[in-house]
Design a protein around this ligand. Sequence first.
Ligand code: NAP
Ligand code: GDD
Length: 323
Amino acid sequence: MPIALITGVSGQDGSYLAQLLLAKGYEVHGIVRRSSVLNRSRLEQLHGANGAVSLALHYGDLDDPLGLLRLIEAVGPDEIYHLAAQSHVGVSFEIPDYTSSVTGLGTLRVLEALRLSGCQARFYQASSSEMFGSAPPPQNEQTPFHPRSPYGVAKVFAYWATVNYRESYGMFASNGILFNHESPRRGENFVTRKVTRAVASILAGTQRELHLGNLDAMRDWGFAGDYVEGMWRILQHDQPDDFVLATGEAHSVRELCEVAFSHVGLDHEKYVAIDPRYFRPAEVDFLLGDPAKANRLLGWTPSTTFRQLVTTMVDADRAELGA
Ligand code: NAP
Ligand code: GDD
């Protein structure tokens, strides 16, 4: 039975990936941070019939290199999926130092712990389309990076650390350069979930307006469940390499609002208000990925359309709020 270790297992992607790997017969271990209240809601899907969680959780933090080393030695994984990060772009402008440490140096710490442990695990780095920043679309593996946020800068560092450990030490270390992917488990302060949650709250009568920033930003939005399958395929490839995962289709935040509100018969223009608080000091205007390489070498294609994604998220939020 192969053994996988996931950092960021309590996050959106970590929960879908753990589910996928358990279904594939892996022994799955996840690293969680200690917090004053348990933050495991996304892992509820993984509870067995008797309520037991079928994956092993270990306390750890990206700020604790020795702890990471001890964990890798204790678990002895065949594959490490490094997903943990301060992952919010807007927030990264408010806490740039912390974001650089966790999102940038955190990757180096996992790589160095892996190297020092002598463990031969394959390593996956959760790289991001935010690294392309202002590079014109479509973006692929050859597109030069031009990050536009502390988060994007930290991810560029982590990307190159992964390439560097591959080239320096012969490690099987790969980057998945993932474009935006969403789901009903998405954090509530990312724009898709903020919009779908607002639609449900407005229907429930508990919210009257939705305050947003830049409605013109274009994003290539896919479904997180499809993307974790891509992560797994990246580590099953015969050699370490870097891959873009994207849908190849872009939509604006405005279109996102139109689809979400019209799904329940509402006109978004009556509810959406522009709020300067949600504009970023520098914006990424247009992300549109070209996933041809992943399609050709990994046989990976996304299965969920933009409309399916948004309406599923609205329906899930309605069900949760009873709206
Ligand atoms: P997410 O929902 O924000 O999850 C982030 C995870 O990292 C959480 O489990 C969080 O733990 C953990 N974490 C944060 N700081 C940590 C620390 N100091 N030590 C240990 N764990 C820590 O993010 P996601 O959407 O699943 O994304 C997964 C990864 O892919 C991230 O690296 C993200 O930057 C990257 N990515 C995401 C997308 C996307 O569209 N979703 C696209 C490209 C790349 P808590 O639960 O305790 O907060
Ligand atoms: N969050 C948020 N909140 N975004 C808003 C809002 C708002 O109220 N109003 C407009 N937007 C715009 C943002 O300015 C951005 O252009 C776009 O909506 C998407 O914002 P997010 O959903 O926060 O995602 P992101 O694209 O900045 O970052 C996500 O995708 C990256 C991959 O490209 C995150 O998941 C990153 O971790 C990931 O790397």
